[in-house]
Design a binder for this molecule. Structure first.
Ligand code: ZN
Ligand code: FE
Ligand code: FE
Ligand code: ZN
Length: 262
């Protein structure tokens, strides 16, 4: 298996050097690791949680410096947020870079970072189904940009345990999954939800089944923010994928998707 989603201290909220993440991947017996730290945003979007534009060359050099031709294979990626203030920059910037993969995320609805522990109080008077609706609207819009390869943590609004009834969640997720399928994107089975109050992999089994029905490929990510989290709970993630009917997993090099059996 490959872990396509790990962070580095360049984002200001992760610990451990890239070499330590790669060493952890080797110890975990992974075939590959992809660095996918939070993309810079010169337009001022959420600057506290990402590298500055001027740091990007150092991020790239730190990852590229790990290349050694041995396992685990090291891939160079980025986690880029879909947000109305980022789209213009990303549209121009992403194609100019030599990423292996671009992960697309939705962490904000308007001004609200709904998965940010520092902004959790806003959930107290939020309409949960309404938040999920706004979230999946943005996921569909993300897919329609054709700028991203993978949707990360597909049902992120459940992070702190806020879930609408399953029937409602299905109705809200369906058009977003249709848009992801139409865009030829993959979705990530992200184990970090197990470490959060949701206590569940992103996405939930029923959403993964909806993705499988639409032929949407999957890949695996730990969303590690420290080396000890690399490849965390991947056995469980692999089991979830197989139980859902998946036989293959997606990997990316220079933004081309290839499939290998799980
Ligand atoms: Zn992060
Ligand atoms: Fe994220
Ligand atoms: Fe992440
Ligand atoms: Zn993430």
């Amino acid at each position: 298996m490959r872990d396509l989603h790990v962070h580095t201290p360049f984002c200001r909220h992760a610990t451990g050097s890239p070499a330590e993440y790669a060493a952890a991947a080797r110890r975990a017996g992974l075939a590959g690791i992809c660095f996918s730290d939070h993309a810079p945003s010169p337009d001022g979007y959420d600057p506290a949680n990402r590298m500055a534009m001027a740091e990007f060359p150092r991020y790239k050099a730190a990852v590229m410096g790990l290349e050694h031709g041995l396992e685990p294979e090291v891939l160079f990626g980025i986690e880029a947020d879909y947000h109305e203030t980022c789209v213009g920059f990303l549209e121009q910037w992403l194609p100019e870079q030599d990423f292996d993969v671009v992960l697309g995320s939705v962490h904000y609805i308007g001004e609200w970072g709904f998965d940010d522990p520092a902004q959790i109080s806003k959930w107290a008077d939020a309409d949960v189904a309404g938040v999920w609706r706004e979230y999946f609207k943005r996921v569909a819009a993300l897919a329609r940009t054709r700028m991203f390869d993978v949707l990360t943590h597909p049902d992120l609004p459940k992070k702190f345990g806020h879930r609408p009834p399953e029937k409602v969640a299905r109705e809200l997720a369906a058009p977003a999954l249709d848009a992801l399928a139409a865009a030829g994107m993959a979705i990530e089975i992200n184990t970090s939800g197990l470490r959060k109050p949701a206590r569940e992999i992103y996405p939930s089994a029923f959403i993964l089944a909806m993705a499988e029905e639409r032929g949407i490929p999957v890949c695996f990510g730990s969303d590690a923010h420290e080396p000890g989290q690399v490849g965390a709970d991947f056995e469980r993630a692999g089991r979830l994928a197989r139980d859902t009917g998946y036989k293959e997993t997606a990997c990316f090099r220079k933004r081309k998707m290839t499939m290998t059996s799980i």
